[in-house]
Design a protein around this ligand. Sequence first.
Ligand SMILES: [Zn+2]
Length: 337
Amino acid sequence: MSGAVNGAVSGDRVVVALDVGGTGMKCALVRPDGVAVRTERHPTDAARGPAAVIDTILDVADGLIGKARADGLTPVAIGIAVPGVVDEARGVAVWSANVGFRDVPLRDLAVTRLGLPTALGHDVRVGGLAEARLGAGRGADHVLFVAIGTGIAAAHVVDGVAAVGAHGAAGEIGHIMVRPDGPRCGCGRPGCLEAIASAAAIGRRYTELAGDGAEQTPGAAVTAAMVAERAAAGEPLAARVWQEAVEALADGLATGQALFDVSTIVLGGGLAQAGDGLLGPLRAALHERMTFHREPRLVAAALGDEAGCLGAALLALDAAGVRDTDAARVLDHQEER
Ligand SMILES: [Zn+2]
């Protein structure tokens, strides 16, 4: 593995990165400094079943390797991010409802077929890795990345490494109980953070309280983004639902801060696109909850939906022993000062 890296001329090495989601795959060839030199998107088409999805992943990676070589680049490693429960140490996609994976040894399959060192990661953890090393958390050594979308999950990144947990399931901040008498979560327990403050939960709650009047178009659900807009426009019901979600999030983040004592919390996922409409009230609510804990900086994610793909690239670079991104990071630090 290190032979391939050392044998390449510095500057022409790239890694192959794939972020596999329930509907699509974001793929790229990424240089050691974190710059994507080629990006592609492919449908996952998960309804075809796990075996077909695995074939597509390997075909797409194989295609990118060929394109890199055709461009005179040297692919040195592969990074693949998938959702669900991921055992990164064994390279196994343990469980993923979105993609239909159950105990898929994806790393070994890739190594066997493609012949390059391969790292497998969890989509939110690698997204957090990218935000911590290249995005909104850059320069901070202790970062909590929280992705708020259909669900809520987090990645705790210390010195550029995301904690995986003993079973590949670290960071499930969405299942912290914040309202014991709250709505039941998809996991089966009542009052989980994501049952109240995920984008899906916010839209659902608003629709519930508003009754039939909530929908602009018959049959179209009210989204969290619409609730955010209406709250900003001063609609009392939207403001109430939004504030409920903010308070629940603040409870969850305060618990996160009690556990991890980070310097920066980066908010990503769809809900973070509400920008200051979320960050403003959330900063205030979190501030109220800090007693002896130091208050973290609360910022919006910077890499958007590229974070997972870039994070998969970082895993691949780490697997190949290429740490040029750290050099870039140190240089950036110096420039900021
Ligand atoms: Zn739950």
